[in-house]
Ligand binder design. Sequence first.
Ligand SMILES: Nc1nc2c(ncn2[C@@H]2O[C@H](COP(=O)(O)OP(=O)(O)OP(=O)(O)O)[C@@H](O)[C@H]2O)c(=O)[nH]1
Ligand SMILES: [Mg+2]
Length: 205
Amino acid sequence: MINTDDITGLILAGGRGSRMGGVDKGLQNHLGMPLAMHALLRLGQQVGHLMINANRNLGAYESMGVPVWPDAVSDFPGPLAGFLAGLERSETPYLVTVPCDTPNFPPDLVQRLAAALEAEDADLAMAATMEPDEGSADGTLKVQVQPVFCLMKTSLMESLVAFTQSGQRKIDVWTAQHRCATVVFDNAAAFANANTPEELRRLQG
Ligand SMILES: Nc1nc2c(ncn2[C@@H]2O[C@H](COP(=O)(O)OP(=O)(O)OP(=O)(O)O)[C@@H](O)[C@H]2O)c(=O)[nH]1
Ligand SMILES: [Mg+2]
């Protein structure tokens, strides 16, 4: 069994927040706390170590009490830059990522990803939900991967360095290079994320 103490949890807060008007999304207030703090408290119940990946307002993130690491690569190349910062800095055999804009992610996220990774002898495990298949008229559901909810072996660092250095940035292209487990969570609403001010308001009921 994977021990929680062998897992570092990484909050991904390094994006541009362009759909929210370019604000630093992790610092936006949600029910009295910054969004990133919600993620930190929720993930803190599930892992032994925590860190934040952010590229702006580093002092504000540092005041949340865990190490903060910016992307090593500049120019906001996407979430994989956050994965890389986490892999470079974590001192445990496993790293799990969650985005800062999804405050209600499942409390058993890490436990289920870890169980699947072990059971399938995989290198990575990603969350997924069942979502309406837009190509079909009869309400068929299809598996929608949630790739920023990802548990991975930290030994994947060299692979990700090579991948990003070759100029690639798509998560699914990188994860497809490795043995990957997928865990479907029934509660799709738990993965509702705030990309726009309106979506953030909706999460506040
Ligand atoms: N480190 C890092 N993280 C990123 C980058 N781009 C996106 N992310 C993170 O990846 C997760 C999912 O990204 P989005 O929800 O699209 O967030 P975003 O990029 O801030 O927002 P948009 O600019 O509106 O797409 C969020 O947790 C972001 O913080 C990046 O260039 N570097
Ligand atoms: Mg998002």
